[in-house]
Design a protein around this ligand. Sequence first.
Ligand code: DGJ
Length: 722
Amino acid sequence: MPIIFEESTRCFHLSNDRISYILRLAAGAYPLHLYWGRRVRTVSDDLLSRLCPYTDESFSLHETPLDLLPQECPVMGGGDLREGMLAVRHGDGTAALDLRYAGHTILDGKPALPGLPCARGEGAQTLLLTLRDAQSGLTVELAHTIYADTDIVARSARIVNGGTSPLVLERALSACVDFEKADFSLLTLSGAWARERQIATRPLVQGDQGVSTTRGASSVQTSPFLALLAPGANETQGDVYAMALCYSGSFAASVQVDQHGMARAQLGIQPVDFAWTLEPGASFQTPEAYLCYSPEGLGGMSRQLHTLVHAHITTGPYARTNRPLLINNWEATYFGFDEEKLLSLAKTAHDVGIDLFVLDDGWFGHRDSDNSSLGDWVDDLRKLPHGLSGLSEKIHALGMKFGLWVEPEMISPDSDLYRAHPDWCIHAGNRMRIESRHQLVLDLSRQDVRDYIVDAISAALRRGNVDYVKWDMNRNINMWGSEALPAARQKELGHRYILGLYDIMRRVIAQFPDVLFESCAGGGGRFDLGLMCLMPQAWCSDDTDAWMRCRIQYATSLVFPPSTMGAHVSAVPNHQTGRISPLETRAAVAMGGTYGYELDLGKLPREELETIARLNERVKAMQTVLLYGTFYRLRSPFEGNECAFMSVSPDRREAVVTHVHALAQPNTKPALLRLAGLDPALDYRDEETGRVYGGDELMYHGIAPKLPLGDYTATQFHLLAL
Ligand code: DGJ
């Protein structure tokens, strides 16, 4: 049984074959966090009394012991003066809370969360622990799910107003873990447009630290994720404790180190500018957070998270299959295309073995630049004289699939939609509406707006008879305000927007069950587990430069497997950096994600097209292991001049190793690359060179990557067991 309640000690012990997660009810009432780490069989009296020194008799809230104890669901307004998961404002203006145990249930599987995406619960078990504040009638149902196939504990909370007067939820985080000590390094992901998800690490210090956004999106600036590395932990070894949130809106991930050197890690919806009124009987569901413990460093952490994503998060017809190789016209044409140009691009793409043609921004309204037409999802007959349907028919006739870009959440002030419904965007009364990329954001808290979007987008996708959709979102939200919400509920808008987003996505996806959906947000601005529950891949970054992509994809792989990362070969000089890197390197890096192209093939010499045709055959042969293999990071582009990673098939008979060398240095020997995850007893042949190596030699001694002359070179090994 993965979850056991021990009556005698009042402990809940969640475990699988490898990890344990233990809570205890102090004085029968207050859930304390006792242990999280490698599996333990039992909890000794010593541990119980050290971490939970209060018996029913000695426990007295008047002494505020909660401030000193590691808690499972700390609240603001009680005896614990650290930052808590929950804060409530009662009708009389006070904020005190005293949550005590009121019951529990243990279930097989895992209940879905109303309105929110979440991981599925195959093979899992869930503890539902109910806590109650007797004075107000507020109850909190804490859900803890433990998986058998991955070392993850999923946590969320449902808050119910079981009282008779309304109350306001001012803070509703998803998870909190108290650590007895704080000698950790904190790792987070930070960045910017075209520089998404760069690794940032620093030691914890007393006080508050963390990352958060108030932009209405999980954002390019940071990610809803943190990892705590114990002393000595690195990529391959040591204890790592990580938290990741299944949510696409503003979030906060924080670690507070207190006066006694205890560290409290918390994750959830951003409390700043958040509040939610709960009428009697109403409830609020927090998003789900995933807690991952790995004794095998960051590499082990990522492999657990990747298993979570593949086994329990991604869904749809492409979640576990190979993806079509695509060509997207964005960097080839930007807004300047017509049907003839698109067809010639598609024809060349088809000739070199590309499966899917994606028409990006600019096909609707009169959108010749980014300053108009969002919201007017009608075909621009100047560019597409036979409309989307005519173009799609011709692409299909070539034997290719057809894909379409949309940006459903937005409205251009220069659009028929805006002229008809100026009140439909997010805005604060009569205040100035601050545009970004010349656009405003539709108010997804409104049912009428959501219905319009679902109808208009579905009609376009139907007209285009599409096989693939790129769902973009190119700005963050400012000047918050909704005409549809009363003054007292304006602080609900951020979360209501995200609930509305999930609603429209679900309704559109449900109408196109065979279509591959890719999310995008001005590059990788909403690369989060929430959207990954709905769409199995996301555009990783608008930066398609091979070396920059090494860094972005390397850091993204901390949480996400290659099957989720949109990655394309683009033109040189690269449009974002001006850098020139060889075609083979651009391809090797794009093979670290869902592979595609984003350049004008018509401008390439014949030899390069022949190379592309060969590369496409190679990707198709290796794609299953590239996308779904067990992933190992071998060399970090954040630490030097190289980047290397590899994927190994579950039976360890196939592996693909990629090594990228940034700046050439004269008169140097390549450092041996020690591989990982192979079977030491097997021999492997490299399909490129025909050379044979022992799995043991490859892992314990290493292999020398080639270092051809020139900058930004790549070597790939495709290893097949003999
Ligand atoms: C931002 C995306 O990341 C790009 O790939 C492209 O689709 C543009 N938007 C189009 O406006």
